[in-house]
Design a protein around this ligand. Sequence first.
Ligand SMILES: [Zn+2]
Length: 133
Amino acid sequence: MKEMCRTLGTIVLVLGIIGSIALAWNNGVTVTYNSYLGRTLEDRNLLLTIVWFVGGIITTGISATILHALGEILEVQESIAWKVSSMENKVSSVNRKDRETDEITYKGSWKCSKCGRVNAKYTGTCACGQDKE
Ligand SMILES: [Zn+2]
């Protein structure tokens, strides 16, 4: 996705430069009607040509920059997503450890002879008041 954005940005840049030249070439002329000759005359206006060219280049530059920035943002997002997933892995491994300790505690547990409740290893007296044997 980010690679696509960068490629697209480069394509836009190349096409934009070509487009700007074409645009300047087509629009950089002043058309005047010569009544004496009875036809329209096209004169290249250097200033107009430059203005159109610069305008095209600026537009191209902005578009290409946005696309490149988008690619950059996507890259950062990917690395964030990767970090989050590795963090989630760490959290789940911690949870697994908790479950393991729970099982260990369960192994040392004792069953109350009076009410049948299963108490933890460290519990000396059952909830019903019966002492650990
Ligand atoms: Zn009990």
